[in-house]
Design a protein around this ligand. Sequence first.
Ligand SMILES: *[C@@H]1O[C@H](CO)[C@@H](O)[C@H](O)[C@H]1NC(C)=O
Length: 344
Amino acid sequence: MFVQRSKLLFLYISVICLGIFVTILTYASIAGDKPDCQSVFPHDVPLQDLDSRQQELDRKLSQLRDLEVTLRRSYPQKVAAIEQIVDDRHVPTIYVITPTYARTVQKAELTRLSYTFLHVPKLHWILVEDSPTKTALVSQFLSRCGLTYTHLNVATPPVFKTKSADPHWLKPRGVLQRNLGLEWLREHLHADTANGVVYFADDDNTYDIQLFEEMRYTKRVSVWPVGLSGYLRYESPVVTNGHVTSWFTYFRPDRAFATDMAGFSINVRLLLDRPEAVFKNTVRRGHLETNLLSAITTMGELEPKAHNCTKVLVWHTRTEKADLRNEDKFKKRGFPGSNPDIEV
Ligand SMILES: *[C@@H]1O[C@H](CO)[C@@H](O)[C@H](O)[C@H]1NC(C)=O
């Protein structure tokens, strides 16, 4: 009981300190942005001094971010309260929709992904299981991950399922799951107040956290290169004079939007305004993305990010399937296999 109370006390004190720091920092940075900063800093502060003050603020901000991550991880049940205190209302939320399915490496993948997301301020994770029910593994994982999340599930009907012998690109994957994520957004956000951007992040890719700041202020649709994609070093929009003019891909560069799922983000209001924009299970292979984007934008409106699409900030990594052959060998020799009660 005593331990519980002192833990709680620590939480409250930490959260209050965090709130005070954030408030001070917010005012300091607003003051720094204003042209009349002389009212805050004296007239004759040497530029060098301002630089070192800026560095000091940056250092403090980064310490606060670390403290926020520690608090989220230590008190996953209090994430809403922590978020409320650190919330900068004007910063757009990044809604990340991730389809996921049960397999031996699932928890490892989700753990890695959640650790990336913990470093991204104002991120709301919409995790959608390809399953007729919400599994215990994913439910428990989410409840202690420290992120703001929404847990959904929908099973892909067998006709649309990739069989293990099929190449991974044969049938579009995660269609129903991404659509359910979109449906949730359309049900829970209002077009006149929503402030955010939607990104489809598969659970096996690798993300540089800078990518999220690139996409955060997307006006309509942002695009950028994707590393290790399409059997190339990278696939990318081709940018001429700051505008997307074509696509660097080997496969069907004539597609209107020849981008990978990991290569674009959409302003959430655009999706709320266009309820008909959804992914379709029936499109030709490799056309999921272009089909959706054609319904909401044009090439001329695309916003190239990542230094005019010259930086790779996301990689299409694929985790090897777990090879469990020795589990069977154990059983053949009359030994029990591993303990099924130990979750992996
Ligand atoms: C992108 O290209 C445009 C046009 O050439 C240029 O004005 C702009 O500064 C570039 N942006 C970056 C971040 O390099």
